[in-house]
Design a protein around this ligand. Sequence first.
Ligand code: ZN
Length: 415
Amino acid sequence: MRLKVTAVLAAGAAVAAAAIALGSPPSAVAIPPGPGVPPSGPCALHGITDDVAESADTPAGFARSSGVVRALTLFIDFPDARATMPPSVRFAEFFPAATEYFRASSYGRLSYLPIPLFRWIRMSRPLAAYGIQRGTNFDPASDSGYHALSQEIVRAVDPMVDFRAYDVINVIATPNAGPPATRTVLSVTFSGGDMGMQTADGVPFRNASFIWSRQAGLSAFRVLNHENAHSFGLPDLYYTDERPAPPPVGHWDPMDEDWGPSNDFVGWHKWKLGWLSAGQVHCAPPRGTPGEHTLTPIASPDGTKIVVIPTSPHTALVAEARTRGLLDPAVCRPGILLYHVATDIPSGGGPLRIVDGTPHSGGCFQASRYVDPELTDATFRPGQSYTDPASGASVTVLTENPDGTYRIRVTPARA
Ligand SMILES: [Zn+2]
């Protein structure tokens, strides 16, 4: 049976050793203008409907991504990898940092509430007996893998947990179970469709993130933000087939790089997740007249966040302003970030690609081995422009204003 269940992995398997992390979890966020709304209008491009994707609309079955999101948070260990710390200490590796990250990135529109069950749930077999590898799927016909783990977890907690009360599930393993994250990243999320496993409460077990080991550096908690974002419908932006190609997004979004210093989500993701108000997205549909727009940096809650320029029914060129900020401490060339979004390209196949304003430059941030440097100076500065050769859509950066906003000129696609 083919299951519409997505195995989506944490980024960064190929990296090793210690990270330099800049910045620490944010603490306070200004109140944004107006409520967040789901994407709509001619720029809310449709696409893949049965999986995580860049489609503006997220299919049924995924978790809500704005308002209050309740995360059942469980802890597991194994007979051969017994926990050596209280679960509250393991919990503190992720919270409140991950909650604060979501609050800041969503401009206060996502209140992420982790609800921990502070006990180690001891699995019945040694870790190796479950056959957990990078890429291991959730097969409800199997007596091993994530299905076996999940069955034991649900059996252990069903008498005391009402699964109907939660939007997402975190299963956090004792850090001594399995390889270090610097060697192999096992963390994975099974999100979206019914995984073929019911709880006693009449709701399926789904939108579950399994967090293994530890990432390096001060913002190591972001693996949880990355994994939970899959339950909200976001795809992996790094190439999951490990093709010998440079990262398509680099450090401009944690769905590509969630290691090293903190980084914010791109504006397209914030729109998809319901973190922008209606007026914060400008749409420049094909055959429209050229126009000027003022963009307020992503780091700030107010103002216009993105201009979307559709280039085909499933693709768009998107412009946003990126500057150094609370969640973006490593930005070294503030300016206008341009990227192509494709709503019909699957997760891990490059559904979002940054346009490099300074190709082959080597980048401007080399302080962390977890940051691919080439794209760190990809932004466009005043006087620079980019034209998409296929569609004719173009963006020219006119000015950087004294108040930190950017004025751009946008020419819509020809057809
Ligand atoms: Zn992932």
